[in-house]
Design a binder for this molecule. Structure first.
Ligand code: ASP
Length: 335
């Protein structure tokens, strides 16, 4: 029987870093030499590797997302799936971006990385890479993140720990796969696509995330508009509430200026509902959109992507509320 073929697409991160003596962790030569560290994996899958770039993920942005997506589209037809090796800091952002950009995805694109470099004895990189490669050979046609012991839908995931080997959580949507002694498929993957694979590029870079602080006025919203923001994500309280004094008026000024305004929550779990309280209702009436069950990363990147497609006004609202890649669908299973 022929073995599944999996491509490792290297973009950087702690997984391939070495410590300078003295100095912080920095990208290293390990990039070109990952395969010897996962010896034995070849029994299960045929692995190939390509290096796209070698960056700390704090330096990754929309240009890199586009190169990642183009790399996936170029190579995916030859493989059962792709594993994107990526720093953990912005992995959930990149996975969200690719979930929107890769239209017609018919096989897995699995992001993974590590909290400790692969060359360290007590690394989590080997286990993450091996399991991610096995997940990339599964029939899961979506962008996912493998980390710790689980495969998550990428655009439902957020980095929650700087220390733990379980660095990621999917706060609202249950994991797709749990890798214990047995492999358990715990949620239904996205359906197979009906259109061929292609990349939809284009991101608006000028999007601001603003956190509401008790007692603070909304001058920060006007400041964002004046400095050229085309989109604003407000991290409100609870179900998506903003203070009623001044904030709805500032949101109305921003939307009247053609800025897309989205209200998210400072809570990790539960879905934003702008009609639940007066503060959210006022934001809604002022033209804001609620993020529903989306993560901050998924909602912000979605706004960047839709603005990048040239959408505004009611078109933007309709598209923002439409599910693109399972990022905030009706399945609100709590963990
Ligand atoms: N700063 C690193 C990065 O995101 C952290 C990591 O990979 O875990 O590239």
């Amino acid at each position: 029987m022929t073995k599944p073929r999996v491509l490792f697409l290297y973009t950087g991160g702690t997984l391939g870093m070495l410590r300078r003596d003295p100095g912080p962790l920095a990208p290293s030569w390990v990039a070109e030499d990952i395969l010897p560290f996962v010896r034995g994996l070849e029994v299960e899958v045929e692995v190939h590797a390509e290096v796209l770039y070698n960056l700390d993920s704090s330096d990754i942005g929309p240009d890199h997302w586009e190169r990642m997506a183009e790399g996936v589209v170029r190579w995916l037809p030859e493989f059962s799936g792709v594993v994107v090796l990526h720093g953990t800091d912005t992995m959930a952002w990149s996975a969200s971006a690719l979930s929107y950009m890769l239209r017609g995805l018919d096989r897995p694109v699995v992001f993974t990385g590590a909290q400790r470099p692969i060359a360290y004895v007590r690394t989590d990189a080997r286990s993450n890479l091996i399991h991610a490669a096995l997940c990339a050979a599964m029939d899961i046609p979506e962008v996912a993140i493998y980390f710790g012991r689980r495969l998550y839908r990428g655009n439902r995931t957020t980095k929650v720990s700087i220390q733990s080997y379980e660095a990621f959580e999917s706060p609202i949507f249950r994991p797709l796969v749990e890798m214990g002694v047995a492999i358990r498929h715990t949620a239904t993957p996205l359906p197979a696509p009906t259109v061929p694979l292609r990349v939809v590029n284009g991101f608006e870079r000028n999007v601001a995330v603003v956190q509401v602080v008790p007692g603070a006025g909304p001058a920060i919203i006007d400041a964002a508009v004046h400095t050229g923001a085309r989109g604003i994500v407000i991290r409100g309280f609870g179900a998506g509430n903003v203070p009623q004094k001044g904030w709805p008026e500032a949101i109305a000024r921003a939307t009247a200026a053609g800025v897309g305004v989205v209200v998210h929550s400072q809570c990790l779990r539960g879905a934003v509902d702008l009609s639940a309280y007066e503060g959210g209702r006022a934001a809604l009436d002022a033209g804001a959109m609620g993020t529903g069950a989306m993560t901050l990363e998924a909602a912000t990147v979605k706004l960047m992507w839709l603005l990048g497609q040239g959408l505004g006004g009611e078109w933007l609202k309709a598209a923002f509320h439409e599910d693109v890649a399972g990022e905030g669908s009706a399945d609100r299973a709590e963990d």
